[in-house]
Design a protein around this ligand. Structure first.
Ligand SMILES: [Zn+2]
Length: 505
C-alpha cells in the first residue's frame, strides 16, 4: 500500500454522534479496542479516523471484513472517547421519554441534566438557557450566536432541577434571592468546562451554562477570517516593542479570540506576557493569566497596577471600561510596554473619542496606539446544504437600501441593481447538521485602523469619528461592511448576516 499522507479528520465530524449505519464496519466494541471509527462512507469507500492506523489488529480486521477503499484520518484519543460516549444517540428523544416518567419519585433529575449537557455538547452550543416561564421551563441552546428552543421541562420539577444544578456547581442551596456563579467540570468530555450562573427571575431561578472548550481552538489569523490586506497590517505592526493594540466590538463579537491569536504571534522565549481577564476564556500556554476577582478587590485597575510592578513586556487587559484603567494602560504603553485590550465602541475610528471621554490625553492616544481592530461575527453558510441561488426579493430590497453595501457593490464589484438580481449567491437551504438554519459556525468580519501621520494629526485636532472615517475611506480603508461583502462574494456568508451584524457601524 503506498504511504499516503494521513489527513486530520474534518472539523465537522468531530464531537458528533455517529449515525447507526456507520457502525456496520467497526462496531462500537471494536471502536473501543482499535481506537478507530468510521465517520463517513460513500459507495465502496469508508473514511476512518484512527489514533494509530498502523495497528496490526485493526489492519488485519479490515482485511478480513471489508473489501472497499479505506481513507485514513488522524484523530486524538479524546475524539474516540467522545464517539464512545455519544454514539448514535438521539438525546432529545431520550430526554423527552425520560420526562414522561416519574422523575421525582425515581430521583432521575440528574439524568435529565446529564442528557441535556451531552445534547448541548453534541450540538456545539456556546450556552444553554434553562428558564422558567408561567407555563413551563424552557431549554434553549445558543448555536452560532442564535437561541433555539430545544425542549421544555414541566414546572413541577423546577425546585429539584435548580437544587441539583447548585450541587453540581458547588453553590449555596439555600440561597435563591441573590445571583450565584459556579462551574461544572465534566470528566466525560476532556477539556470542557461549564460556567454556571443562576439568577432569580419573576418565575423562579434561571440557569445559564456557558461552555468553555479549550480543545481544538484555532487561532490562525487567516482561519479567523482576516483578509490578506488586514493580516499585512497586523504583521507590520505587531513587532513594535511598545504601544497599544485595541480590539473593539460588542459583547460576543469574538474580541477575546482575536486578542489570543495576536498574543500567539508574540509568544517567544525571553518575553513575559501577562493578562488580566474577566473571565479567562481558555488557558494559553506560556502566558500568565490572571482572573479578575471583585470579591478580593482585584479589578482591572488594581490588577494592572500590581502587574506593572512586575514589569512584564506584554500586557493584556481584558477590557478598558473606566477612566482609571484607560489612563494607566495608556501610560504603560507610553513607558515601554506593549498593551493589548478591548474597548466597547461600534467601529474603529470611535475608539479615539471613547478614550478621550475616559480622560486619556489626545497626544497620548495619538502617539501610543499602534492599530485598532473592530469586528463582528457573521454566521457561515452551512457547507452541507449550500446552494447557489438568486437572492429573495426581500433581501434585494434590503441590500438596495443599505448605502454601505450598495456602494461597495457598485464601486468594487461593478454590480448594479439588475446585475444583483441576476446573480446567484451561496445560500444554506437547511439540513440536519445546521438544525435547518442554513448556517454552521461563524467567522469574523473586520476593519483595521493603523494610525498613520494623517490620522495622528486628526486625533490631535480632536476630529469626530465620522471625519476620521471619511479620511480613511479616501486612502483605501476596508471597513467591516466591505470586508463582509467580500465574504458574501466568496460564498462564506450572506448579505442578511452582514446587514444584521453591522447595523450600528
Ligand atoms: Zn445545513
Amino acid at each position: 500500500m503506498p504511504e499516503a499522507e494521513i489527513k486530520d479528520i474534518p472539523e465537522k465530524f468531530k464531537k458528533k454522534n455517529l449515525a447507526k449505519e456507520l457502525l456496520d464496519v467497526i462496531p462500537i466494541e471494536l471502536i473501543r479496542e482499535f481506537k478507530a471509527f468510521v465517520f463517513d462512507k460513500e459507495n465502496g469507500t469508508i473514511h476512518i479516523g484512527a489514533v494509530d492506523h498502523e495497528l496490526e489488529a485493526l489492519q488485519q480486521y479490515l482485511k478480513n471484513t471489508f473489501s472497499g477503499k479505506v481513507i485514513w484520518y488522524k484523530v486524538k484519543e479524546e475524539d474516540v472517547n467522545f464517539i464512545l460516549d455519544n454514539y448514535a444517540r438521539d438525546f432529545k428523544e431520550e430526554i423527552l421519554s425520560l420526562l414522561k416518567t416519574d422523575i421525582k419519585k425515581k430521583g432521575l433529575i440528574s439524568d435529565v441534566i446529564d442528557l441535556t449537557i451531552s445534547y448541548a455538547l453534541v450540538q456545539k452550543v456556546s450556552d444553554v438557557h434553562i428558564e422558567p416561564t408561567a407555563e413551563e421551563i424552557q431549554v434553549r441552546f445558543r448555536i452560532d450566536g442564535m437561541l433555539y428552543k430545544m425542549f421544555s421541562i414541566p414546572l413541577s420539577l423546577q425546585s429539584e432541577l435548580i437544587t441539583r444544578f447548585k450541587v453540581l456547581a458547588n453553590l449555596k442551596i439555600d440561597e435563591s434571592r441573590r445571583p450565584q456563579e459556579g462551574r461544572i467540570e465534566r470528566k466525560l468530555f476532556a477539556g470542557i468546562l461549564l460556567r454556571v450562573s443562576i439568577v432569580p427571575t419573576l418565575f423562579g431561578e434561571k440557569v445559564v451554562m456557558r461552555v468553555m472548550d479549550d480543545s481544538n481552538k484555532n487561532l490562525e489569523l487567516a482561519d479567523l477570517g482576516f483578509s490578506e490586506q488586514h493580516r499585512e497590517i497586523i504583521l507590520k505592526n505587531i513587532d513594535k516593542p511598545y504601544g497599544m493594540i485595541l480590539v473593539s466590538g460588542p459583547t460576543g463579537s469574538g474580541k477575546t479570540t482575536t486578542l489570543y491569536s495576536l498574543l500567539q504571534l508574540l509568544k517567544k522565549d525571553g518575553i513575559n506576557i501577562s493578562t488580566l481577564e474577566d473571565p479567562i476564556e481558555y488557558a494559553l500556554k506560556g502566558v500568565n493569566q490572571i482572573q479578575i476577582n471583585k470579591r478580593v478587590a482585584l479589578d482591572f485597575s488594581t490588577g494592572l497596577r500590581a502587574l506593572l510592578r512586575q514589569d512584564p513586556d506584554v500586557i493584556m487587559v481584558g477590557e478598558v471600561r473606566d477612566s482609571e484603567t484607560a489612563i494607566m494602560a495608556s501610560d504603560a504603553a507610553m513607558t515601554g510596554h506593549l498593551v493589548f485590550s478591548t474597548v466597547h465602541t461600534n467601529n474603529a475610528p470611535s475608539v479615539f473619542v471613547r478614550l478621550m471621554e475616559m480622560g486619556v490625553e489626545d497626544f497620548v492616544i495619538a502617539s501610543t496606539i499602534n492599530f485598532i481592530i473592530a469586528q463582528r461575527l457573521v454566521r457561515r453558510v452551512c457547507p452541507d446544504c449550500a446552494e447557489k441561488r438568486p437572492l429573495d426579493e426581500a433581501i434585494v430590497k434590503k441590500v438596495l437600501n443599505h448605502r454601505g453595501i450598495l456602494s461597495v457593490l457598485e464601486q468594487k464589484y461593478h454590480m448594479n441593481e439588475d446585475a444583483l438580481r441576476g446573480a446567484t449567491f451561496s445560500t444554506g437551504v437547511g439540513c440536519d447538521t445546521c438544525i435547518q438554519s442554513g448556517y454552521s459556525g461563524r467567522i469574523g468580519i473586520y476593519e483595521l485602523l493603523d494610525v498613520n501621520k494623517k490620522i495622528h494629526d486628526m486625533i490631535l485636532a480632536k476630529k469626530p469619528a465620522a471625519d476620521i472615517k471619511e479620511a480613511l475611506k479616501e486612502s483605501g480603508y476596508v471597513d467591516m461592511v466591505e470586508d463582509g461583502v467580500s465574504k458574501v462574494m466568496e460564498g462564506v456568508t450572506t448579505f442578511t448576516e452582514v446587514i444584521r451584524t453591522t447595523k450600528d457601524t
